[in-house]
Design a protein around this ligand. Structure first.
Ligand code: NDP
Ligand code: GDR
Length: 378
């Protein structure tokens, strides 16, 4: 908080709710999650329900089914009625956000909604800026519009993409930002508007600067899941080759289930602060390929270089990986390596799943899914 946090807000709440004191209000445990249908949204929902929260989520209207990751939670809700509810909404729609906040009256808001694909953000830069940048402002302002800025705790899904071009490693809460994509730049706005609302209005608002985290529920176009699925399909003879972009990019990959635990912990502190969540290890994309294929009995040897590089399974002599420049990015983030010391010290958080176990879990899940699909088809 700053010296100005007691200054009058520029406008008084538009929606007049009959509210108890913040202390009384926070005796309830009601979470609102934007991006609930995504990878992290589904793990966070499980975690919060297990802690006794009532969980509300904002989902987008889609012509196709977009609640796959929540299916098991829905089924489970027959045992726990009124603990889980989805609301149609969008981070581009302010009126809708105000309405949802007023109706739900959450005690914790987790802003996970975003156009989260870095490569896509180069093609949809304005949309990404609108949803990932301004969307965060809209949600914060919806809280203020309802006069809930002293009642609600707010989590912003910030990202290691803020670091972008390497300035120093390992990257920590004090490392300067240098984003390298429209996604990273939009998230930079979201980061600072979260800090600004904390300082200007005394809001309990935190940035979790999370390094890459994956799981069997990871979206299929992110590199880890693309690799684990292809490895399984190639092992089963359903696919012949995997096409990838930059094999030399290095990432600090953890497990999404560990990271949502850190998000929750950030909102349980006495005062709001920003935290890095990372494993403290980094691995190149090509190692993720070697490990994934290795688990399924293939042995990848690399030959050629640049766009002509390919991975051969030394056991069969078949080319199973090829580089395709269509997956290169106009500007790349070459190396991410995080320092989670602050979160470990103040939140008592530590990742449980290591790199090898993460790869194994993802590959095995995709192998099992591919096998059951084949069985269903027969
Ligand atoms: P996903 O891409 O799996 O999920 C994104 C979610 O946002 C989905 O529920 C999606 O809905 C929703 N969404 C997209 N556009 C809008 C919109 N206009 N209005 C409302 N909701 C929208 O991402 P993750 O779960 O992996 O990540 C969660 C958050 O954390 C994101 O903000 C991401 O940028 C950030 N992050 C992720 C990291 C990672 O490694 N996973 C690391 C650091 C930060 P739908 O299902 O309909 O598409
Ligand atoms: P990233 O994740 O950009 O780090 O953002 P992604 O898995 O897309 O890329 C990681 C690295 O792999 C390289 N790469 C490829 N990437 C994709 N998607 N597809 C390919 O075929 C491919 N080949 C090589 C990329 O160039 C990159 O260097 C993720 C998202 O979840 C963000 O929302 C989040 O903020 C960051 O992680 C932390």
């Amino acid at each position: 908080s700053s010296q100005f946090s007691d200054a009058p807000a520029p406008f008084s709440p538009l929606v007049k709710l009959d509210l108890p004191s913040p202390e009384e209000y926070r005796k309830r445990k009601v979470a609102l999650i934007s991006g609930i249908t995504g990878q992290d949204g589904s793990y966070l929902t499980e975690l919060l329900l297990s802690k006794g929260y009532e969980v509300h989520g904002i989902m987008r209207r889609s012509s196709s089914f977009n609640t796959n990751r929540l299916h098991h939670i829905y089924e489970d809700q027959h045992e726990r009625p009124n603990k889980f509810k989805l609301h149609y909404g969008d981070l581009s729609d302010s009126t809708n956000l105000v309405y949802i906040i007023a109706q739900v009256q959450p005690t914790e808001v987790y802003n996970l909604g975003a156009q989260s694909h870095v490569k896509v953000s180069f093609e949809m830069a304005e949309y990404t800026g609108d949803v990932d940048g301004l969307g965060t402002l809209r949600l914060l302002d919806a809280i203020r519009t309802c006069g809930l800025e002293k009642h609600v705790r707010f989590y912003q899904a910030s990202t290691s993409e803020l670091y972008g071009k390497v300035v120093e490693t390992p990257q920590s809460e004090t490392t300067p930002f240098y984003p390298r994509s429209p996604y990273g730049v939009a998230k930079l706005y979201a980061y600072w508007i979260t800090v600004n609302y904390r300082e200007a209005y005394g809001m309990y608002a935190c940035n979790g600067i999370l390094f890459n985290h994956e799981s069997p529920r990871r979206g299929r176009t992110f590199v880890t899941r693309k690799i684990s699925r292809a490895a399984a399909d190639i092992a089963l003879g359903k696919q012949s080759c995997l096409y990838l972009g930059n094999l030399d990019a290095q990432r600090d990959w953890g497990h999404a289930a560990d990271y949502v635990e850190g998000m929750w912990r950030m909102l349980q502190q006495e005062k709001p602060e920003d935290f890095v969540l990372a494993t403290g290890e980094t691995h190149p994309v090509r190692e993720f390929v070697e490990k994934s294929f290795g688990i399924l009995g293939m042995d990848i040897k690399w030959r050629g270089s640049g766009t002509a590089e390919e991975g051969v399974d030394s056991k069969t002599g078949k080319v199973v990986v090829k580089v395709d420049s269509m997956y290169f990015r106009p500007a790349e983030v070459e190396l991410l390596l995080g320092n989670p010391a602050k979160a470990e010290r103040l939140l008592g958080w530590k990742r449980k799943v290591d790199f090898n176990s993460l790869v194994k879990e993802m590959v095995e899940a995709d192998l099992n899914a591919a096998k059951s699909l084949i069985e269903d088809q027969n």
